[in-house]
Design a protein around this ligand. Structure first.
Ligand code: CTP
Ligand code: ZN
Length: 155
């Protein structure tokens, strides 16, 4: 069983320097890539989806070589990958592990649930204050309506 697990891990090769973002729900992999602007990075990225995990039935992993993220950047993915774990890799070794935290403000990323909100009519970046983190509740800065966890749609 242990050998089998090791083989699974090796499906996406190890990196020498950079960041490994593990335990992403597979269905949100491409949203995470877009939120972190990895579609624009010049650095090498490798990723895998639908991998087995003890915690998630379907997890995805992203490995970004030679790139390290600020906490406020990485916390942007907390809404869609709340259990994501970051591993900072230097000389092939994991030198630090970080978890993501839901920030106090959410800019962009999600849609306002209110169909009449101006952000749904015009190309305006959404902006919310987080009034509850568990379960998530976001208060729109434009219309003041609440979007809760079950109503959250990625913009
Ligand atoms: N990793 C990598 N390149 C390295 C070292 C590690 O891509 N040079 C990846 C591993 O494949 C793994 C993650 O970084 O997906 C974390 O590595 P490690 O802490 O060794 O694995 P676990 O103990 O399984 O971590 P956790 O229990 O936190 O998931
Ligand atoms: Zn609104």
């Amino acid at each position: 069983m242990k050998e089998q697990k090791k083989k699974l891990k090796l499906k996406v090769s190890a990196i020498s320097q950079g960041t490994v973002i593990d335990h992403i729900p597979s269905e949100n992999l491409f949203d995470v890539i877009s939120i972190l602007e990895l579609d624009k990075t010049p650095n090498m990225i490798t990723f895998g989806a639908n991998l087995d995990s003890d915690k998630l039935v379907n997890k995805a992993i992203i490995k970004v070589s030679n790139q390290f993220f600020e906490n406020d950047e990485i916390n942007k993915i907390a809404l869609i990958a709340p259990h994501a774990k970051l591993n900072i890799i230097k000389d092939y070794e994991v030198v630090e592990k970080k978890v993501v935290e839901i920030p106090d403000q959410v800019v962009g990323i999600v849609k306002c649930f209110n169909p009449k909100c101006i952000t749904n009519a015009e190309p305006i970046t959404t902006s919310f204050s987080v009034i509850s983190k568990s379960p998530v509740a976001l208060k729109c800065k434009y219309c003041e309506k609440i979007t809760n966890e079950s109503q959250m749609v990625i913009k």
